[in-house]
Ligand binder design. Structure first.
Ligand SMILES: Cc1cc2nc3c(=O)[nH]c(=O)nc-3n(C[C@H](O)[C@H](O)[C@H](O)COP(=O)(O)OP(=O)(O)OC[C@H]3O[C@@H](n4cnc5c(N)ncnc54)[C@H](O)[C@@H]3O)c2cc1C
Length: 565
């Protein structure tokens, strides 16, 4: 074989891509991974790294419940064979990772499914997270790992999901947890002399670090700054890719096939305007800037792939954060904490603030279509909330007083006033509406019941909330001046439209037939589970499960030694 000839080429280096590469190697294939950026890991490396895997063998679960839940969540937006495939292969994929790599996934206790009202919903057991991974095992490759989103670290110190939950909710023992994290970081003296970056990789960095380590052990090459431009088709079969490597155009041959795992199109403003609901801005995405611009979606379309779900994104409200390279920060956890309301231009609430982030983002669009005033929306809270709870780039004021917030944030996306009326005037919201909304919130805080939207009714809502707040931790009075407002946009953590796929990740053409030699997974493909964002890890989970299935199919279908792993 020549240097530019492989069995399989994988485009992208997120979780789905690297899992595909490792699995393909273990099935006896010669693999190359190409990545457009100068760092590897994509959005996945910056993420929470959670995987939503029903029937994972660790949590209590049964097929009937998992199937009923997922079927209700997807509705008619995907096929039954993809739902069954997901349930059949999820546990196998995680076992493969846990047994064949140094990465370890375990159930994240108490992290509930997102649609608690659906039949078969689980309060715990399906969301999984990676154990921290020792970045020192990556050697020189540590420096090329894309860092965690700064909003998910404690000033650069890595935290697991339970650690950040204990800290943010001030659960018993939280102070000891924080102290241990800080001491461990600073007493890692040899590493502190080398870099500020924590080598205890957590969340998505642990996922990508663990898979990259598995690649290094196997000698699987990864070419950075090598962007797929188009696909090579010969005799009706995909046989390779044309890529831009540095300042050169290279043709890379793939004897068995190509797996497209090069992310969605959330950083492509023109594609957003063409496909997503309006208004839409690429700056509202919380993913690394400039990478996921839909290149591989267009490359597949150019050879006849059928596109699907192009109007869907992995939605989340986001807030501007000029201090992070992404420019925006998802508002995931903050929405559970009582003592805040999210209002439209009329000063009125329009949804349960603690809904899963995906549904809350959809509610912003629905409300905007109805009232014309929910984009942007405004998160309003008081000095008591500000003291104890985080919001976007604002850590609780005990750790991050107002004086630390850069001057240019005030009057841009962050506002403060001694009265609610004054705050409403500053942000252009109806003052009577806002005062009435806060009066109602304070009444609901007293009774513990939100009769309008049911905030705090489910275990999901309460996972991120101050444990000490009673009777309902998602409902706390807003009555302590000064008052704050933060501008919130309907952003995302990626898009979920792309080439339609089979239950084996094969790309379908306009006639609904598989394109020989072409597979597509993760946010690059049309979401395998359609409109469902079923629980924590509901995006990377399907990405990795269908990557696993795609490679099994590709290896088996073209005669590789089956089960060579
Ligand atoms: C802060 C944050 C937390 C999140 N937490 C979670 C979570 O816990 N669980 C979960 O399920 N989801 C989470 N998400 C969403 C999740 O991270 C993404 O949906 C997921 O990582 C997408 O994976 P992917 O492999 O499809 O794409 P990516 O991980 O983005 O990888 C795509 C890669 O392809 C590369 N690429 C682009 N174009 C080309 C090209 N032409 N040639 C070669 N390479 C190319 C990109 O540079 C990128 O590295 C989170 C997102 C954010 C921002």
């Amino acid at each position: 074989m020549q240097d530019n000839e492989f069995d399989l080429i994988v485009a992208g280096s997120g979780g789905a891509a690297l899992l595909a590469a490792v699995r393909a190697h273990d099935l006896g294939l010669k693999v190359l991974v190409i990545e457009k950026g100068d760092l590897y890991g994509g959005t996945t490396a910056t993420s929470g790294g959670a995987l939503w895997i029903p029937l994972n063998g660790q949590g209590k679960d049964d097929f009937e419940s998992a199937y009923a839940y997922l079927k209700a969540a997807v509705g008619d937006t995907t096929t039954d064979d993809k739902v069954r495939a997901y349930l059949e292969s999820g546990g196998e994929m995680v076992r493969y990772v846990n047994e064949k790599t140094a990465l370890r996934y375990r159930v994240s206790e108490g992290y509930a499914d997102y649609y608690q009202e659906l039949p078969g919903a689980a309060a715990s057991g399906r969301a999984m997270e990676p154990e921290p991974f020792n970045g020192a095992l990556l050697g020189e490759e540590f420096q090329r790992l894309r860092p965690t989103h700064p909003g998910s670290t404690l000033n650069g110190i890595g935290m697991t999901i339970p650690e950040s939950n204990v800290m943010a909710t001030k659960a018993p023992g939280w102070f000891g947890v924080v102290l241990r994290m800080v001491l461990r970081y600073w007493f890692d003296i040899p590493w502190r002399f080398r870099t500020r970056r924590d080598r205890r990789l957590c969340l998505g960095s642990a996922l990508i670090g663990g898979l990259r380590h598995a690649m290094l052990e196997r000698g699987i090459p990864l070419w950075l700054e090598c962007a797929l431009e188009s696909l090579v088709v010969e005799d009706g079969r995909v046989r390779g890719v044309v890529a831009r490597r540095g300042d050169q155009t290279v043709t890379l041959r793939a004897r068995r096939g190509v797996v497209l795992a090069a992310g969605g199109f959330e950083r492509n403003q023109a594609m957003r305007e063409q496909y997503l609901p309006h208004p839409t801005r690429q700056e509202w995405a919380a993913t690394p800037a400039g990478l996921n611009t839909g290149d591989a979606i267009r490359a597949a379309e150019a050879i006849g792939a059928k596109l699907e779900h192009m109007d869907l994104s992995w939605g989340t409200p986001t807030v501007r954060n000029p201090a992070v390279p992404q420019g925006a920060q998802p508002v995931f956890a903050e929405r559970g904490f009582g003592g805040s309301v999210c209002v439209n231009r009329q000063g009125r609430r329009f949804a349960n603030e603690a809904l899963s982030y995906d549904r809350f983002q959809l509610a912003m669009y629905t409300e905007h279509a109805r009232s014309g005033g929910a984009i942007p929306a405004w998160w309003v809270f008081d000095a008591r909330y500000r003291k104890n709870c985080p919001f976007g780039p604002l850590l609780p004021s005990v750790a991050f007083p107002d004086s630390k917030a850069p001057k240019e944030w005030w009057g841009d996306f962050l506002f403060k006033d001694d009265t609610l009326e004054g705050l409403a005037r500053q942000i252009g919201v109806d003052a009577t509406g806002l005062v009435e909304t806060v009066r109602r919130n304070n009444e609901y805080a007293r009774t513990g019941v939100d009769p309008e939207f049911g905030r705090g009714n489910s275990v999901h809502d309460r996972y991120w909330s101050l444990r000490s707040a009673k009777p309902n931790p998602c409902l706390v009075p807003i009555d302590t001046a000064p008052y704050y407002a933060v501008k919130v946009e309907p952003g995302d953590t990626g898009t979920r439209g792309g080439p339609a796929i089979t239950a084996h990740g094969q790309v379908l053409d306009q006639a609904g037939q598989p394109v020989p030699g072409l597979y597509c997974v993760g946010n690059n493909s049309a979401a395998a589970l359609g409109r469902a964002y079923a629980g924590p890890g509901g995006t990377i989970g399907p990405g990795m499960v269908f990557a696993f299935r795609a490679v099994n199919h590709l290896a088996g279908s073209a005669g590789a030694p089956p089960g060579a792993a």
